[in-house]
Design a protein around this ligand. Sequence first.
Ligand code: 5RP
Length: 220
Amino acid sequence: MNEKKEVGEKAVEYVKDGMVVGLGTGSTVFYSIAKLGQLVQQGLSIQGVPTSEQTAKLAREFGIPLVSFKEIEGIDVAIDGADEVNPDLNLIKGGGGALLREKIIAKAARTFIVVADSHKYVDTLGAFPLPIEVVPFGYEMTMKHIRELGGSPNLRQTNGTPYLSDNGNYVVDCDFIEIKDPIALERELNIIPGVVENGLFVDMTDAVITLDSNKNLITK
Ligand code: 5RP
């Protein structure tokens, strides 16, 4: 059984004809996008707002029409994955480096749906290193300030070269071990000069589609 496919396809039930849909990034929401593509071929009329260049390319391949923020008033529903989900449905996101656009789109959405296989559930956020998008200028100082908040930041790199987000920024993966107060940490990180955004999504999730211990699809 492919859990990612099950939860990804289930989320598409939230999408109705005529909606503007935020399209997340990652291997779980891939299945939502593929399913939406099928439905569009069968006559569903939607407009997609992609959270990354990778998703924009995928959506085009699946024949989903895309729109920019200039052309819309808001987003009806956004579907996206997560790296960790806690019992309050707060999230760590950004494993794929798309956290900034993902958060902008989640905030713009009237309904934000998360698709998460059963391995994404944790009691306390933080085992997954928190992705933080930082501007390249002075990033060493920015990392120092992040360290002062108790984290161990590592610059994300590919073959020794800093990873660049779609926005031209660096991403720092920061080990906090346990994030006991995600609300406070989200705020404290974002007031550090040089931090563009962090991957804590607090009080944003309307529903999580996942599987229970018997591998039945459930919505939390
Ligand atoms: C990308 C993300 C993804 O949603 C997150 O990493 C989960 O990905 P996957 O569905 O591949 O496990 O935040 O920036």
